[in-house]
Design a protein around this ligand. Structure first.
Ligand code: SPQ
Length: 432
């Protein structure tokens, strides 16, 4: 499928939106539920394609998971080491989180042989970053180019603990090693240059496995046991930011976003939008299942340029495409640095953002590790492409709100990877 979606500018986005469940937390709730003893209840799970991939792979390894259409999803845990050898190749679809975290889980389980694959995009993404440290732990993994790319074959075996000093700040690398460490005998540590999202650490503790955190170093003690829990998944801040930018750049807008996850390792985009002059108010802050949550009210505002770099990058890594859209409407030149990780996401997001926003007439240039965007140029609707990347699709759809003429979005359907119903919500916010 390669849907063509026709979109036009609007004014006055108004209403209340409950953004779908957090993707990172939904994946982890399924995985930890599968590895726990007992039945885990998940409320508010994201019914996105990526999470469905995780659920399907786990089911193929003998885990009972009820339908996502029900108000709560039940996961019948098999316990650490209890996964069954699958009969088929397991397909992670478009989901880096599924493949990287599950490489950690499956490589540490003796008696399990698994072949992992994914879609065209995922088979191009680097897996050496988890395969190599797992091999240091003793993992037996084979794949294309010496294990750098999927398909990957894993023969589970007993692993030994390591202290891995990661060259990149990556929650997927950190989580894969920690999950492998759950069955290793002793302490497994991961240090990273800046702290990446910490949902694994929080959820492991909630499932009864203590996690020691000192600065940007995290440690687990194996062998561990996980106990089933009830997980209430907050709304995904990475999805909420599309609406924060949409309302900020569209005149006469006033939106309320309910139940947004506000974990400090994920709120970099809120800080950046605040620094750009966005009118965002946090209402009713609270804690749900160990994760900070709140409601966000956002109104139109004149934005100005900012710089995004350093330790902020891992705290907003998935929001850079939509922040680039905001920067096209800001006064001055916004600079993004230290963001070379964006080159190995669902698309090369630095190239994709520069190329597609450039096609709309934005003053944007690509740097080896970032972007430079000078706001103020009027955007013109033309045909642009998602390049099969859900965050590109939704960023371009938001850009249509400020284009003259019609923007035609090719490959719009991939938004369902992380945000089923995104375009319907966009349509309902304001008449054209
Ligand atoms: O799962 P996937 O495909 O890697 O998804 C993305 C996204 O845009 O939704 C990245 F492309 O999010 C990652 C995120 O970039 C999800 C994630 C996680 O749940 O642990 C961590 C980040 O990746 P990384 O490589 O920095 O660890």
């Amino acid at each position: 499928m390669n849907d063509l979606l026709h979109l036009r500018a609007k004014t006055g986005l108004r209403g209340t939106i409950t953004v779908p469940g957090d993707k990172s937390i939904s994946h982890r709730a399924l995985m930890f539920g599968a590895l726990a003893e007992g039945t885990t209840r998940i409320l508010g799970i994201l019914p996105g394609e990526d999470c469905l991939s995780t659920a399907q792979c786990l089911r193929q390894m003998g885990v009972g998971i009820t339908a996502f259409s029900e108000p709560e999803v039940l996961v019948t845990g098999v316990g650490l080491g209890g996964l069954r050898e699958p009969q088929e190749v397991l397909d992670s679809g478009n989901s880096g989180t599924t493949l990287r975290l599950m490489l950690g889980v499956t490589s540490s389980q003796p008696e399990l042989y698994v072949t992992w694959t994914g879609d065209d995009s995922l088979r191009r993404r680097p897996m050496g970053r988890v395969v190599q440290p797992l091999q240091q732990m003793g993992a037996r993994i084979w794949g294309r180019q010496g294990g750098k790319f999927a398909p990957l074959a894993v023969q589970g075996t007993a692993l030994k603990p390591i202290h891995y000093v990661s060259p990149v700040a990556s929650a997927q690398v950190k989580s894969a090693i920690l999950l492998a460490g759950l069955l290793a005998d002793g302490e497994t540590l991961v240090s990273e240059p800046h702290t990446s999202r910490d949902h694994t650490e929080r959820m492991l503790s909630a499932f009864g496995c203590p996690v020691a955190v000192v600065g940007s170093t995290v440690a687990v003690q194996g062998p561990a046991r996980l106990t089933a829990q009830t997980v209430v998944v907050p709304g995904d801040i990475s999805s909420a930011v599309f609406w924060l930018v949409a309302a900020s750049i569209t005149p006469e807008s006033d939106l309320m976003l309910l139940n947004v996850g506000l974990n400090p390792t994920r709120t970099g985009a809120l800080e950046v939008l605040g620094a750009m002059g966005a009118d965002i108010e946090m209402v009713n802050p609270r804690e749900v299942c160990g994760e900070p949550v709140g409601d966000l009210r956002v109104r139109s505002a004149q934005l100005h340029a900012t710089t995004i770099d350093g330790a902020l990058i891992p705290r907003l890594i998935d929001e850079i495409p939509i922040l680039a859209v905001a920067a096209t409407q800001a006064t001055g030149t916004t600079v993004v640095r230290d963001a070379q990780e964006l080159r190995v996401k669902e698309s090369d997001r630095l190239w994709a953002v520069a190329n597609q926003l450039g096609a709309l007439g934005a003053d944007i240039s690509e740097r080896p590790d970032g972007l430079e965007i000078t706001g103020g140029r009027r955007l013109t609707g033309v045909q642009v492409q998602s390049l099969g990347d859900h965050r590109m699709a939704m960023s371009l759809a938001v850009a249509s709100l400020v284009c003259t003429g019609e923007l035609i979005l090719e490959g719009a359907e991939c938004a369902a990877v992380s945000y089923p119903g995104f375009y319907e919500t966009l349509r309902n916010l304001a008449p054209e």
